[in-house]
Design a protein. Structure first.
Length: 300
C-alpha cells in the first residue's frame, strides 16, 4: 500500500516541485501523490516527463478524479464530459498514473452527480451508465492506467454484489473499482464494517485500482438519518480490517485520505493510519526509488 493525501499540500504540478515535495512526504511516510490537477491540459511530453521523474523519486502517481456528472440529461454536455475522461485516461497512461476516477452520477435536473435519483437505482440506470463506460473505453489502448468507478449510495454502484455484477456486465479489462468503503456503508453494515470489507474484498480484490481512507459516524442528534465524515479513527469504520484487506492486494496500491479541512487534519489521519496499520501487522510502503512501470515486489 502507498499512502497519500488528496490535497494540494501533498501534490506537485511540475517536475521541479516533485523534488521540493519529497522531504515533507518522507516526514509523513507518504509515497503516493495525485496527478497534477491540470493533467488534461498537459502536453504528452510533459506527462511522460512528470511520470518518469516521480518514479525516479520512488513515488506512485495514484489517481486523477473527474467529478463532473457523467449521467447528466444534457446529451451534449455528457458528450463533452465523456471525452474529457478519455483525454484524462490517455494522459494518465502516458504519465503512468494508476487510475482515473469518476462517479456514476445522476440524471437529477440539478446536474449534481450525488443527487438522489430513482433512475440510477434501476436496471435502466445500469444500462445507461454501461453505455457511458463503453463510450469512454472504446478504442483506448491503456497499458498502465485503469478507469475506476467509485461507489456512491444514491446509485446502483454501491453494494459489493451489484458492483461485481456491473463490472462483469461491461467486461472490459481496463474497468475497475476505486474502493471507498465509507461510501458503501449502509444501515445494514454500519455496525459491521469489517464484514463489509470482507465481502467487498472477497468479490472484488482483483478489480480494485485504488482506495480512499476515511471514516464516518452516525449523528443521532439529527431527527432524520445523518452520517458525518470524520477524521480516521473518530468513526465506526474498522480501519484495521480494511487495511489488512488492502495490504493483500497490489503492493503499490495508492491509498489516499481526502476531504479534510486542514493540513493538520491530514497529518493526524496519516499518523493514525500508520499506527493502525502497525497494530494490524501491515505497513505502507515508503518512498523507495526507482519504481518500475509495472509496479514493485514489496509487500504492502
Amino acid at each position: 500500500m502507498r499512502l497519500g493525501g488528496l490535497s494540494a499540500a501533498f501534490a506537485a504540478s511540475t517536475v521541479p516541485e516533485l523534488d521540493d515535495l519529497c522531504p515533507m512526504l518522507d516526514r509523513l511516510e507518504l509515497s503516493a501523490i495525485r496527478a497534477p490537477s491540470a493533467l488534461a491540459e498537459m502536453s504528452d511530453a510533459e506527462c511522460v516527463a512528470f511520470g518518469e521523474a516521480a518514479r525516479a523519486l520512488g513515488l506512485v502517481v495514484g489517481e486523477v478524479g473527474m467529478w463532473d456528472n457523467l449521467s447528466t440529461r444534457d446529451v451534449d454536455l455528457r458528450d463533452v464530459r465523456i471525452e474529457r475522461v478519455r483525454t484524462l485516461l490517455r494522459k494518465a497512461d502516458l504519465m503512468g498514473c494508476r487510475c482515473v476516477v469518476t462517479l456514476v452520477g445522476s440524471t437529477d435536473p440539478s446536474d449534481d452527480p450525488l443527487a438522489p435519483d430513482p433512475l440510477m437505482l434501476s436496471d435502466a440506470g445500469v444500462r445507461a451508465f454501461r453505455e457511458v463506460v463503453e463510450r469512454i473505453l472504446d478504442g483506448l489502448s491503456l497499458e498502465r492506467t485503469r478507469y475506476g468507478v467509485e461507489p456512491w449510495r444514491t446509485s446502483f454502484f454501491f453494494e459489493p454484489e451489484n458492483i461485481a455484477a456491473f463490472l462483469d456486465l461491461v467486461g472490459h479489462p481496463a474497468l475497475g473499482l476505486h474502493l471507498d468503503l465509507v461510501n458503501m456503508v449502509s444501515r445494514r453494515s454500519y455496525f459491521d464494517t469489517a464484514g463489509l470489507a470482507a465481502r467487498t474484498l472477497a468479490l472484488l480484490s482483483e478489480r480494485i485500482v485504488g482506495a480512499h481512507l476515511k471514516d464516518l459516524r452516525w449523528d443521532h442528534t439529527h431527527m432524520i438519518v445523518k452520517w458525518d465524515e470524520v477524521l480516521v479513527g473518530d468513526g465506526v469504520l474498522d480501519q484495521g480490517a480494511y487495511l489488512r484487506g488492502l495490504a493483500g492486494l497490489d503492493p503499490d496500491l495508492p491509498c489516499f485520505c481526502e476531504h479534510l479541512a486542514t493540513d493538520t487534519d491530514y497529518e493526524t489521519s496519516f499518523s493514525r493510519l500508520h499506527a493502525i496499520a502497525a497494530d494490524a501487522g501491515v505497513h505502507f510502503v515508503p518512498r523507495q526509488p526507482p519504481i518500475p512501470l509495472d509496479g514493485g515486489d514489496d509487500e504492502g
